[in-house]
Design a protein around this ligand. Sequence first.
Ligand code: PGA
Length: 249
Amino acid sequence: MKILVFEKEEHLDAYVGEYICHFIRNHSQPVIGFATGSTPLGVYCYFIDNYQAQKVSFRQVKAFNLDEYVGLTPSHPRSFASAMKNELFSHIDILPENINALDGSKEDMIQECQRYESLIDANPIDIQILGIGMDGHIAYNEPGSPLDGACHVVDLHQESIESSLDYGFDHIEDVPTQGVTQGIGTIMKAKQLIMMAKGEKKADLVKRMIYGEVTSDFPSSIIQRHPNVIVCLDRSAASQLKEEDYEKR
Ligand code: PGA
């Protein structure tokens, strides 16, 4: 596992942004996994700026979103599909037919999960962007999720429901209580993971993710078992790590 710690947030965003742009320029059919949440927003701005400066095109990119709320249609303003559209996809030249996501409004969610898992198997993800949730989740794999799980519906934990208030919900009662997510096993099939974390509030979580036991009680710890991971942190998020374990940027 490569751990990079950046002095400035904009350097972190530019590193991850350029790493992925470079990959896209050098591959004919790149498949990128996107994450919602606040952490990758600077990377998405980097993509938009570089697209506008004609330094990268997303026409050949296939996109897979990580997770979604159950009960919201993709066009609902608070869905993760809408968030990805507003924050990135509507500002770049990605083709709508190449944007893939779990639809949390389907009547048969088991079938929907099987559809998405098969689609990912047919289009293996080259680079998956990840963040870490306040309960240690990756995507919506909450503590207790099986380490080899496929796409599935989950009951959201209280921390995840409360964090959703940062994503535009006005009242906690408006936040869906279930999510649908790529499983940990699905995520581990990606050829490369880029895990990003920023801020003091993530420092303990990052420490446990890197040094702690690999356990379904703390789902992000699974990245220790992936053969190709880059962890990109700002100084605050890295404050509980030993200096000899990371590279300073
Ligand atoms: P955040 O969310 O980027 O908004 O902190 C991360 C996550 O819940 O995966």
